[in-house]
Ligand binder design. Structure first.
Ligand code: GDP
Length: 295
């Protein structure tokens, strides 16, 4: 694994004993280490560059606090900056007070959409809502079966989609069925592809226009690093996301994707997936992710 940033900075700053001032020279040395750590943690290089220049501005001329070493102080500045960039506080789901809410889950195949649909169903039920799972991937019968199975396991109703139905029609019919069954929150598990393509985007745009969902959440795989950032940028441009769920954060992804996705799209990360089980969903907390990125 990587050398801890704190150790690296301590060795850079060890010459600066006592309580000197952070000056141009020692900050540049320290920020070189920060930059390396950011790139290793999968932070997009453009984002890393702008973070470094912001941090430098804030750090220059700061008195080194009595309680911290210069290295610790730089880490604190970096940490504060990351937290600020990622939105400071956890942002929850937004239902605009409507009685029938819908969450459209979008993302590439394998990103964890279907698994996340189950996780969110469980989360919403704990919040006192009545979720309704809706398989919208009519191109892969296995995806429909997978969601049905998850529904059975969690005892959450699942709309009876078939591969002959049109995706938009499924969503429209599911709205009526949810109401009939006393459910108040639809989780639309839309189709994914291995790569982004026009046809998929057109289908997703059609669903968005047709049913005006309360939330469009992108499900992105943290393990794919920079690809996740590019994918988030493209989906956001086409569909104007409300937020992002970053999955597979139980792996060794350092979380640079979280920082970069927020910087590129401006959209909040709302949850992280931390395992395959339905309970493995956590609210996204910018401060915790900042510490993780720094290692
Ligand atoms: P979809 O094609 O986007 O619907 O993706 P799936 O929900 O089928 O997930 C693809 C694979 O990723 C499955 O093997 C899931 O168990 C796994 N997966 C999903 N989310 C997570 C997560 O947060 N952590 C881990 N370790 N695996 C996950």
């Amino acid at each position: 694994m990587f050398e801890n940033l704190s150790d690296r900075l301590d060795s850079v700053f060890k010459k600066l004993k006592g309580h000197g001032t952070l000056n141009e020279k020692n900050i540049d040395d320290g920020l070189k280490q920060v930059r390396m750590a950011l790139l290793e943690a999968d932070v997009n290089y453009k984002v890393a560059k702008s973070v470094i220049s912001d941090i430098k501005e804030r750090a220059l001329g700061q008195e080194v606090m009595q309680s911290l070493t210069p290295g610790q102080q730089v880490i604190k500045i970096v940490n504060d900056e990351f937290t600020r960039m990622m939105g400071s506080e956890h942002q929850g789901l937004n239902f605009d007070g409507s009685s029938l809410g819908s969450i459209m889950l979008i993302g590439l195949q394998g990103s964890g959409k279907t698994t996340t649909a189950g996780k969110l169903a469980l989360y919403l039920r704990k919040e006192g809502r009545k979720p309704f799972l809706v398989p919208v991937d009519v191109y892969r019968p296995a995806a429909i079966d997978q969601l049905k199975k998850i529904g059975q396991q969690l005892d959450v109703p699942v709309f009876e989609s078939t591969t002959e139905m049109k995706p938009l029609k499924i969503c429209q019919d599911a709205l009526l069925a949810a109401r009939e069954q006393g459910c108040d929150t639809l989780l639309l598990d839309t189709a994914g592809r291995l790569h982004l393509d026009e046809e998929l985007m057109a289908e997703l745009k059609g669903i968005k226009q047709g049913i005006n969902p309360s939330e469009i959440l992108l499900v992105a795989d943290a393990m794919t690093g920079q690809d996740a950032v590019n994918i988030a940028g493209s989906f956001d441009k086409a569909l104007d996301l409300d937020g992002v769920v970053l999955t597979k954060m139980d792996g060794d992804a350092r979380g640079g994707a979280a920082l970069s996705i927020k910087a590129v799209t401006g959209k909040p990360l709302k949850f992280i997936g931390v395992g395959e089980k339905s309970t493995a969903l956590e609210a996204f907390h910018p401060d915790r992710m900042a510490s993780r990125i720094l290692g």
